[in-house]
Design a protein around this ligand. Structure first.
Ligand SMILES: O=c1[nH]cnc2c1c(-c1ccccc1)cn2-c1ccc(Br)cc1
Ligand SMILES: O=P(O)(O)OC[C@H]1O[C@](O)(CO)[C@@H](O)[C@@H]1O
Length: 448
């Protein structure tokens, strides 16, 4: 039985009070048996850190092994014996894959100026961890271990059926039942060698033990800004099924006039949309729905009809539209005529461009971080907000790059339903053709 004490208190040993004034490359090293969510955590963490502006990439050793096998047209993954410790050939292939992954990881941190690299592998022996630590020490990388221990059969089974059975190792090779059976044998092979992070003899390391998908944690020697952000994030995410809905406010007077920003009320068309939205959620019967609206009149009016349906309605200033500063209330034509240089600059880099006395998309992402964190904590939520703000939030869920964010298509009178999946999310778009709606996206809009 794996050690998974669920009563352990959280200890937080601060080793140094200094913050990161220089960019110190971090290597996040995953530890854990197969089907403990290492890839789930790696991908989700990578998506969050990139969205927050911390350049991050995942290096999955399993993918390197499969690349190796494809090269010699083999498929060891479909056979649990490949993972037994006394299979010398296999050990060589697995060592080689780990070495190549470390090479690429090093290149990423040194040459491509990555800030965080996530080594997604089992790393279940002290010997293997020692190899990684020595490698990082030699390169001057900071090492941080995330171990996922799990003894809750429901969680393990969910993972094995949910993700493993569709893994490239088994796809088209054997039935789901056989795959599941083989995979459980693979786990047993690893268990024989598994040395959990040792809370008595490996305390010189920086690490967090996540127990049973976040039910409890053990934290040791947190170093620097990135590690603190990682721990905070891991303590806020959960696996419970939930749905998140997004919509812009209904058409506003300023939308109808082609003016930006401002705080104008809904037009009759926008009002009709607010009623259609109310009807939709009457029918959808979402359990314990919480509504988060911005504090702009057009959003508050759009959310009004939901007061009788939702469990709770709250108003976030952080959800207010991007502040166009001196361009607030102007049309795009006005801006091109009055501020041709600004227009040019914005076209060059729309994500980082900040309006004079206003905001950039990058500023909006920064003020949305608490909203994202609270969204991760919550259950069923409807967010009523604005074009630029929803572009930033949807970019987080759909792993978009900074340059894509300002062009994501978020039309008026469209409700977006987002259902999280293991490594992605499923989007449904409901367009309410109850009313005319002006088109507020200009150059090249990007479909999610
Ligand atoms: O299987 C698992 N075992 C154990 N912990 C798991 C999983 C999964 C998972 C979920 C869906 C698909 C594949 C894997 C996520 N976590 C997890 C781990 C840490 C945190 Br903080 C939150 C979730
Ligand atoms: O970044 P873009 O494409 O100008 O979109 C943001 C603009 O969209 C609007 O929400 C509607 O036009 C404006 O209030 C806001 O300035």
């Amino acid at each position: 039985m794996e050690e998974a004490s669920t009563k352990r208190k959280v200890t937080h040993t601060l080793t140094s009070g200094y913050s990161d004034h220089v960019r110190v490359p971090n290597v996040i090293v995953m530890v854990g048996l197969p089907a403990r969510g290492k890839t789930y955590i790696s991908k989700k963490l990578c998506r969050y850190l990139n969205w927050a502006g911390i350049k991050t990439r995942v290096f999955n050793v399993g993918e390197y092994r499969r690349k190796e096998e494809n090269a010699c047209d083999a498929n060891h993954g479909a056979n649990a014996n490949f993972f037994s410790a006394d299979n010398q050939d296999a050990l060589r292939v697995r060592e080689e894959s780990a070495r190549r992954a470390m090479e690429d990881l090093c290149e990423y941190l040194e040459t491509s100026k990555g800030t965080v690299a996530i080594l997604d592998a089992t790393n279940t022996t002290k010997k293997r961890r020692k190899m990684v630590i020595d490698f990082c020490d030699e390169k001057g990388f900071r090492c941080f271990f995330i171990e996922s221990v799990c003894d809750d059969p429901n969680i393990i089974n969910a993972n094995v059926t949910d993700v493993k059975v569709n893994s490239p190792d088994y796809k088209g090779v054997m039935s789901a039942e056989q795959a599941k059976d083989d995979f459980m044998k693979r786990i047993d092979n690893y268990k024989k060698q598994y040395e959990p992070l040792d809370m008595d003899n490996e305390t010189y390391l920086s690490f967090i033990k996540v127990i049973n998908a976040g039910r409890s944690f053990y934290v040791n020697r947190v170093n620097g800004h990135a590690q603190s952000r990682v721990i905070y994030y891991l303590m806020n995410i959960h696996l419970l099924p939930r749905v998140v809905y997004f919509t812009r406010h209904g058409e506003s007077e300023y939308n109808a006039m082609g003016r930006m920003g401002g705080d104008s009320p809904l037009t009759p068309h926008g009002d009709a949309y607010a009623h259609a939205l109310e009807q939709f959620f009457k029918g959808e019967r979402v359990q314990d729905l919480r509504v988060w609206s911005s504090q702009k009149i057009r959003a508050v009016q759009t959310a009004k009809g939901l007061k009788g349906i939702a469990a709770h309605v709250e108003y976030w200033k952080a959800l207010d539209e991007l502040d166009a500063g001196i361009c607030e209330g102007l049309t795009y034509a006005d801006i091109e005529n009055r501020y041709p240089k600004q227009t040019e600059d914005r076209k060059k880099d729309k994500y980082h461009y900040r309006f004079p006395s206003g905001e950039s998309y990058e500023d909006v992402v920064a003020r949305l971080e608490p909203v994202i964190m609270e969204l991760e904590r919550q259950g069923n939520v409807l967010v009523v907000s604005h074009q630029a703000v929803l572009r930033c939030i949807l970019a987080y869920f759909t792993d978009r790059t900074m340059s894509e964010v300002p062009y994501i298509d978020v039309p008026l009178h469209t409700l977006i339903k987002l259902v999280p999946r293991a490594y992605s999310c499923h989007l449904t778009f409901y367009t309410f053709d109850v009313t005319r709606r002006v088109w507020t996206a200009r150059e090249g809009s990007l479909n999610l």
